[in-house]
Design a binder for this molecule. Structure first.
Ligand code: KIV
Ligand code: ZN
Length: 451
């Protein structure tokens, strides 16, 4: 951790914008559970809901405000009195309340959705923020569809709401339309042009319709934004919001490119992702960066061989750093002898080269028929091919059942004299030796992390 890196405020909107994604609605109990996990994760702001939207949302925001005391708790409101009053009613007992007021500013929204002129929009934004400020010190304003708004008009609205008391200016790419260079330039223009901008925090709120939400958020930070709005697993309207875990880990893994700090405890990321998926019943896409089940899995033989020799060959961050218990080698038809040999050891069998070749040939035939070769398949195959007492050398101490490639790579031990004090696994096979390269590994991880 470096003290001179700018601190980025992480604003989590999983419970508000995230909940708006199809199939992701949550009840009050579920929202509370997730809010506690977001607190453990260390986010700075939890947007707990949109209190006027429903009684359920109101009660959830109120309940979270009452019990989650460390982070700022935000509630969303349209730029009108009833919304702002309802938001405040839900938030008033929070330790750190924030009212988040939004109003569309693009011509297409003004003309077709709100049916108001630019001047009316400007006046409404100013009045709404002034009213919200009379209730609460901490006010965020969002010009909805900012990236399709005339930039000079956008700056006029922002200046008006700063003057009215807004403390955070959030710039939403509501429809996921912008690209990093353009969004960075927009943030830079706002910083140059809006009077009073140095007294407030600029925020980025990016949607993922073109798959650029995280890149856009990072471009905004590089241009001077100091808050990012994001969700766990990137859930949210349509293609989702910028993913919290991707933004945070981009900053952790590439401090040379993104020299910023967040307060996120990255080891809590996986737990948050799993909890959200369990609550909503919406699975995480297997190849989702950071939190997908394949994010740390290696199937290709060359990759497995490299990871077993040194995880840094194919892993840019440790699974443990995001709370994933272990790196996982998936045994399939692309796997090589090295990974197969290691897995056999973990199941209690160490083979010499010729014996492993026999197992390997049968393994490849099996892997051709079934996608993933599970441990029980392998055990069956080994038992068919070899008798442990004759062709395989049993080892002596237990290791965890999953290959711990990163934190404790199970490097094959030279065969131990047989018999030693043999322990057996649940299948009755002798258990292998625990290798000890932990210290060396930790040093490599420290180097990778640059901390
Ligand atoms: O995407 C959006 O514009 C929003 C605002 C309410 C901030 O979610
Ligand atoms: Zn949004």
């Amino acid at each position: 951790m470096s003290a001179d890196r700018p601190r980025i405020t992480v604003f989590d909107t999983t419970l508000r914008d995230g909940e708006q994604s199809p199939g992701c609605s949550m009840n009050q109990q579920e929202k509370l559970r997730l809010a506690h996990q977001l607190d453990r994760l260390g986010v700075d702001v939890i947007e707990a809901g949109f209190p006027i939207a429903s009684d359920g949302d109101f009660e959830s925001v109120k309940a979270i405000a009452a019990v989650v005391r460390r982070p700022i708790i935000a509630g969303l409101a349209r730029a009108c009195r009833p919304d702002i009053e309802r938001a405040w009613e839900a938030l008033q007992y929070a330790a750190h309340p924030r009212i988040h007021v939004f109003l569309a500013t693009s011509d297409i929204h003004l003309q077709y959705k709100l049916r108001i002129t630019r001047d009316q929009c400007l006046a409404q934004a100013r009045e709404a923020v002034r009213f919200a400020k009379s209730l609460c010190d901490n006010i965020e304003f969002s010009p909805e569809d900012a990236t399709r708004t005339d930039p000079d008009f956008l700056c006029r609205v922002l200046e008006a709401v700063v003057e009215a008391g807004a403390t955070t200016l959030n710039i939403p790419d509501t429809v996921g339309y912008t690209v990093p260079s353009e969004f960075g330039a927009l943030i830079a223009k706002i910083r140059r042009q809006v009077k009073g901008i140095e007294t407030v925090t600029i925020s980025a709120h990016c949607h993922n319709d073109l798959g650029m939400a995280v890149a856009n958020a990072l471009a905004a930070v590089a241009a001077g934004a100091r808050q990012v709005e994001c969700t766990i697993n990137g859930i949210g309207e349509r293609a989702g919001n910028a993913s919290l875990e991707e933004i945070v880990m981009a900053m952790r893994v590439r401090p040379d490119q993104f020299p910023y700090e967040t307060g996120v405890a990255s080891e809590q990321i996986f737990a948050a992702s799993q909890m959200l998926s369990e609550i909503t019943g919406v699975p995480v896409q297997p190849n989702k960066a950071i939190t997908g089940r394949n994010a740390f899995a290696h199937e290709a033989g060359i990759h497995q061989d490299g990871v077993l020799k040194n995880p840094l060959t194919y892993e840019i961050m440790t699974p443990r750093s995001v709370g994933v218990p272990d790196s996982k080698l998936v045994l399939g038809k692309h796997s090589g002898r090295h990974a197969l040999g290691i897995r056999c050891e973990q199941l209690g069998y160490q083979f010499d080269r010729r014996a492993l070749d026999d197992v390997y040939r049968r393994f490849v035939r099996l892997a051709d028929k079934i996608k993933h070769v599970e441990d029980h398949h392998l055990l069956e195959l080994i038992r068919d091919t070899h008798k442990p007492a004759t062709s395989a050398t049993p080892l002596i101490e237990p290791v965890p059942p999953v290959i711990a490639a990163t934190t404790n790579p199970p490097v094959p031990e030279p065969a131990k004299p047989f018999p030693a004090t043999t322990q057996t696994n649940p299948f009755g096979a002798p258990l292998p030796v625990h290798s000890d390269t932990h210290q060396e590994q930790t040093q490599q991880e420290d180097y990778l992390w640059g901390v």
